[in-house]
Design a protein around this ligand. Structure first.
Ligand SMILES: Cc1cc2nc3c(=O)[nH]c(=O)nc-3n(C[C@H](O)[C@H](O)[C@H](O)COP(=O)(O)OP(=O)(O)OC[C@H]3O[C@@H](n4cnc5c(N)ncnc54)[C@H](O)[C@@H]3O)c2cc1C
Length: 484
């Protein structure tokens, strides 16, 4: 007999993990189902990492309202979940005379949305904030922030787990059948029963809805590529800088974003593609990204580029149609017991917790949720060794031999931090799971120095062979054997 849950959430992105975590505030048996070997492997781990203030979306839209709400609560959520957050502010800059009215329109839109701390700045004011920036003026947003979206998603999932939810990784839901009032969900040979399904499958939300019998949606992948600059470049910029958006761009335009980890991101591009799995980066777009970045910050040096990646937006309007499409969060009209979240593109990271609360309201309409008195919103996490002041570093090293050994030199990651990442509560065991949690292999050398060391620790700690180590779970094996 299959295991029974009150709610099965499909999709371990920021939105699905936020929903699972918020559901744990109630007396419910909750399971989160994720097809990949870890959470955060979709758009949630591949974006600009900006906590948007809420001036980009039309007044009255769900996206605008939930973004403003999400931004207002993001710092507190990050404190609870022990996730990095920095209130960076943001500049949207005018580079040509025709950009000025665009900034004025954004200001008016932001004010209508209730966004705090917005102001039009002269070129001089913008330069006082970012001395290397050459602009004709800017829109300043003081409420905009930055986070680490992968750690945020992982933290939500871990907090859900700590509060009683089950997280089933490597569970690609491939069939949904009606069973009485509820459903049977299958992934190959494995199955479970659930009274309710919350479909938070991002790019695959239309397919998951269709599996359950609802064919009302269509999602179109739109790829955004990025370049990552090393920490030397970070001295050039401390505030995210966006160009005034131009019609037809399909995103917010190529911007420069300093990250909470000390890098700078350049991107994203916006290109509709056919495949939902193609997160490859391309030479042509890399060149274009660089040209766009130079318009904003000519002091950048190309030698500082250390990596590239891409994320896929889940658009619900096809290429060529430039109308805004709002988030869809609703009870399925075709399938009772199914709640769909579709078209959750930017600012879905910022709005993830408000989206989760909206799902709770939809559920509460149907089944009177009962609060769980012992819900624990806080997640404990040791501070990163690299951010500790020298005195605390010395104390940590004196108390623990594993804190004395630096495994990743670029990011100053200790053996203790690798071990902690390996023994993560979700049980994610691929090399990229260690990378996401520890930041080993993300620095200037991109693992040239530390990957071999991390692999050796994985073999020792898990008692496995190198051939058993994958990049992202089954079918991404890294090694065929040892040379010596
Ligand atoms: C280029 C880009 C830049 C962005 N920048 C920002 C930003 O700066 N700020 C911001 O607020 N937002 C930003 N966003 C938007 C934000 O990233 C998304 O709105 C958010 O991550 C969506 O989260 P999600 O959980 O809905 O989707 P995802 O993170 O894609 O998660 C969906 C999950 O469902 C899983 N799944 C799919 N099918 C199945 C199945 N059959 N069975 C089990 N699991 C399944 C997938 O593996 C995936 O893990 C950006 C997005 C992109 C692409």
């Amino acid at each position: 007999m299959e295991k029974y849950f009150d709610v099965a959430v499909i999709g371990g992105g920021a939105v699905g993990c936020a929903i699972a975590r918020e559901l744990c505030r109630y007396e419910l048996a909750v399971v989160l189902l994720e097809k990949e070997s870890d959470v955060g492997r979709g758009a949630s781990g591949r974006n600009s990492a900006v906590v948007h203030a809420g001036f980009n979306n039309p007044p009255g839209s769900l996206a605008a309202r939930l973004c403003v709400e999400g931004c207002a609560g993001f710092a507190a959520a990050c404190r609870e979940l022990a996730v990095p957050y920095r209130r960076s502010g943001k500049l949207v800059v005018a580079l040509a005379p025709e950009d000025q009215p665009v900034l004025e329109r954004l200001l008016a839109q932001g004010q209508a949305n209730g966004v705090p701390e917005l102001a039009l700045w002269t070129p001089r004011q913008a330069r006082a904030r970012e001395p290397r920036l050459d602009s004709r003026g800017a829109l300043w947003s003081g409420a905009t922030g930055l986070t680490n979206p992968l750690l945020y998603t992982i933290a939500l999932a871990e907090n859900a787990l700590a509060n009683g939810a089950e997280i089933w990784l490597n569970f690609p839901v491939d069939a949904v059948a009606r069973a009485g009032e509820g459903f049977i969900l299958r992934a190959g040979e494995r199955s479970l029963r659930a009274a309710w399904i919350v479909n938070a499958a991002g790019l695959y939300a239309d397919r998951v809805a269709a599996l359950a019998g609802d064919s009302a949606y269509r999602v179109y992948p739109c790829r955004g590529e990025y370049l990552v600059l090393d920490k030397q470049a970070a001295a050039l910029l401390s505030t995210p800088v966006y160009p005034a958006p131009r019609p037809g761009v399909g995103g917010l335009g190529v911007h420069l974003t300093p990250t909470v980890d000390g890098n700078i991101l350049i991107g994203p591009s916006a290109e509709y593609i056919d495949s939902r799995a193609d997160t490859g980066t391309t030479a042509a777009v890399m060149t274009r990204l660089w040209e766009e970045a130079m318009r904003l910050l000519p002091a950048l040096a190309q030698s500082r580029v250390i990596a590239a990646y891409a994320g896929l937006r889940s658009k619900i309007i096809p290429a060529g149609e430039q109308n805004f499409a709002d988030f869809i969060v609703e009870h399925s009209r075709a399938v009772p017991g199914l709640i769909n979240l579709v078209g959750v593109e930017s600012p879905g990271l910022t709005a993830s917790l408000p989206l989760a609360r909206r799902v709770i309201r939809l559920l509460d309409e149907k089944m009177r949720l009962k609060a769980k008195p012992d819900f624990q919103p806080e997640r404990k996490r040791e501070g990163e060794f690299r951010f500790l002041p020298p005195k605390r570093r010395r104390a940590a090293a004196a108390a623990d031999p594993a804190a004395r050994e630096i495994v990743c030199r670029c990011e100053t990651v200790t053996r203790r931090e690798i071990l902690t990442a390996l023994n993560n509560p979700l049980g994610a065991r691929a090399l990229n799971a260690v990378k996401a949690r520890s930041r080993a292999m993300t620095g200037r050398c991109q693992g040239g120095y530390c990957q071999r060391r991390v692999v050796a620790i994985m073999m020792e700690e898990y008692g496995i062979r190198s051939e058993d180590i994958s990049l992202n779970g089954p079918e991404s094996w890294l090694f065929t054997g040892a040379m010596k």
